[in-house]
Design a protein around this ligand. Structure first.
Ligand code: NAP
Length: 278
């Protein structure tokens, strides 16, 4: 019987992934900042332990891992899913907010991996699945800091994958597109509300706002299920594939990023994001 530990399992992709693993008989350590907020469905699985883990608090990382090992005899897979989006014009975002974004999306994931590696090394095996974003491959306006954090997560994951491969431990990256049936946009909206408005950007913000509203309405309605399935596949398919991009909405722009020339990609994205410059 295998065991997965998931961060940020109180809602969204994390909760869906926890249920996905639990339903096929895995032991699940579903971690979250406030276990009393665990969705009712999580409580109905005897093979699922909901426990506290705040990726900004290394003590809770250590104790959640220890609790999982004690309860289930070991941990085979770690899913670094906890994260949020800091959206807004760079100049209007405070230095503190930028540090907090990296603290959760990047340093939090690194601390979880640092804490699990001795256990994985002692077993000679292990799997790490890091949840990035389409914004981990593409720099989106109004999301430059979020993109920077997910680019950092991806660069670290890719480099790390070679180091860990040499000792039998795998690293995977999952890149979801937009999903509306999670708490992501709610938290993003709350973060945006704390920013300094700067009048000079107002026309740009209006056009980007209209563009993003259109993109939001074309978000893949099955994104949550697709992302949960992709995380499960990444963890279990036995392949050496690094990246998984499961939602349809970002495929055209990801393909342009990865399969066309730098100039063709630049022309396409200028046309989308700053039409006057294209
Ligand atoms: P969500 O419903 O808001 O879930 C995010 C989870 O991260 C929540 O459980 C949240 O816990 C947790 N979290 C936040 N800060 C944390 C911390 N310091 N320590 C531990 N947990 C923390 O959003 P989601 O859409 O499922 O997002 C999950 C992941 O997918 C994130 O990494 C996000 O960047 C990525 N993603 C989302 C989208 C999208 O459009 N939804 C697209 C691409 C990538 P609390 O409940 O305690 O806040």
């Amino acid at each position: 019987m295998k065991t997965v530990l998931i961060t940020g399992a109180s809602s969204g992709f994390g909760e869906a992934v926890a249920l996905r693993f639990a339903k096929v008989g895995w032991n699940v350590v579903a971690t979250m900042r406030d276990p009393s907020a665990a969705g009712p469905e999580l409580g109905s699985w005897p093979n699922l332990l909901a426990t506290r883990l705040d990726v900004q608090d290394r003590q809770t990382i250590a104790s959640a891992i220890e609790e999982g090992i004690q309860r289930f005899g070991g941990i085979d897979v770690v899913v670094n899913n906890a994260g949020y989006g800091l959206f807004g014009i760079f100049e209007g975002v405070s230095r503190e907010a930028i540090h907090a974004q990296f603290d959760v999306n990047v340093f939090g994931a690194m601390d979880v991996v640092r804490a699990i590696l001795p256990h994985f090394r002692s077993k000679g095996s292990g799997m790490i699945v890091n949840v990035s974003s389409g914004a981990g491959a593409i720099g989106f306006p109004m999301a430059s800091i979020y993109s920077a954090s997910k680019f950092a997560l991806e660069g670290w994951s890719e480099g790390l994958s070679y180091e860990l491969d040499s000792i039998g431990i795998k690293v995977k990256i999952v890149e979801p597109g937009g999903a509306t049936r999670t708490n992501f946009m709610q938290r993003t909206g709350a973060e945006s509300g704390r920013q300094q408005p700067i009048e000079d950007y107002a026309p740009f913000l209006r056009s980007i706002g209209t563009l993003y509203e259109g993109m939001g309405s074309s978000a893949d309605p099955d994104a949550v299920e697709k992302v949960a399935a992709a995380i499960f596949t990444a963890a279990t398919d036995g392949s050496n594939q690094l990246r998984y991009s499961p939602t349809d909405d970002i495929q055209p722009i990801l393909n342009a990023r990865r399969s066309s020339s730098e100039q063709a990609y630049r022309s396409l994205t200028l046309g989308i994001f700053t039409p006057k410059a294209a």
